[in-house]
Design a protein around this ligand. Structure first.
Ligand code: GDP
Ligand code: MG
Length: 312
């Protein structure tokens, strides 16, 4: 029933023909791999360009974009179909409020995602930022605690505002590589991914420029300062992640309700108490009562009890 209501992905027609061809080619590749539906989850801090990226991918304005961080509080899923393929893309509110991870926002996102299957995570940040800090790490940590470390095997780091002029003395590619390194490091630390695992399965970094003023090439496709045609490149990287042999993430009750690190181990408490009773408390009690029984009572005590001969 629901699928009948999903609208045609008409926004794809807005793209230049060259981009359309590449995108349809990638959808064809997915269909060959028997993937006929794909759900993309978009997360990150507020104001980094999550909603704009959703709109850029779909080629239509479905998510509200705001320059002043007055974001919607609820996640939003938009579904489109094209040639038998269904694309679901979920925009989420920023996870930071007042300098902390907004646990309430995270709870709402969890409930929204319940029983959905996530094929790809887009972790969005800006390319034109010069630092990462503990807050970034907290955001990654919160995402990982909510949905599990395996989500990162289905993850991409998306850096928006990619049409930038790097500060003096740095080339675009140099700036890009340093910024990517810094964000990836924060993801690794925040998600507590082992260095070796991270090297074996690197998380791809992709660039996005959502501005209408993005440069275009002779085919009308949006290009970055390094000449990359970013939209087909983003969709290609998404396709690669889907085909990387890992399983999509089913967000079920078990995943989001347990095992919270704070709760972990609680099940052992009654067992430890029982073991303590049988192996510590009972033997001690037994020992004490044996001692009492074996004790030879002093004469004065026996006398007080009327058991001793009064002559002594
Ligand atoms: P969200 O809070 O993460 O959903 O971010 P929005 O998509 O609402 O974007 C926040 C602001 O950044 C808006 O004013 C957007 O127009 C702007 N913005 C988003 N992405 C880009 C980008 O790639 N380049 C430029 N120049 N501006 C962007
Ligand atoms: Mg938004």
């Amino acid at each position: 029933m629901a699928s009948q209501m999903i609208r045609e992905w008409a926004g794809i027609n807005q793209f230049p023909t060259a981009t359309q061809d590449k995108l349809l080619g990638l959808l064809g590749r997915l269909k060959q791999e028997n993937v006929s539906t794909m759900t993309i989850l978009v997360m990150g801090k507020g104001g980094v360009g999550k909603s704009s990226t959703v709109n850029s991918i779909l080629g239509e304005r479905v998510a509200a974009v705001s320059a002043f961080q007055t974001e919607a509080l609820r996640p939003m899923m938009c579904s489109r179909t094209r040639a038998g393929f269904t694309l679901n893309i979920i925009d989420t509110p920023g996870l930071i409020e007042g300098g902390y991870v907004n646990e309430h926002a995270l709870e709402i996102i969890k409930r929204f995602l319940l029983n959905k299957t996530i094929d790809v995570l887009l972790y969005v940040d800006r390319l034109d930022s010069y630092r990462v800090d503990n807050l970034d790490r907290q955001v990654v940590k919160a995402i990982t605690e909510a949905f599990g470390i395996d989500l990162w095997r289905r993850g991409l780091v998306v850096l928006t505002h990619a049409q930038l002029s790097p500060p003096d003395g740095l080339s675009y590619d140099e700036f890009l590589s340093r910024r990517s390194e810094a964000v990836l490091r924060i993801v690794r630390l925040g998600a507590r991914i082992r260095k070796q695992d991270f090297q074996n399965h690197p998380i791809p970094v992709v660039l996005v420029e959502n501005s209408g003023r993005c440069d275009t090439n002779e085919l009308g496709e949006k290009v970055l300062p390094n000449g990359a045609v970013w939209l087909p490149n983003l969709v290609e990287k998404i396709t690669d992640v889907i085909s990387n042999g890992t399983k999509p993430i089913l967000v079920d009750k078990k995943l989001i309700e347990g095992p919270n690190p704070n709760e972990r181990g609680k099940i052992w408490i009654p067992i430890i108490l029982a073991l303590q009773y049988f192996f510590v408390i009972r033997p001690i009690r037994q020992g004490i009562s044996d001692d009492i029984n074996q004790e030879t009572r002093p004469l004065w005590e026996l006398r007080d009890m009327g058991l001793a001969d009064r002559r002594y």
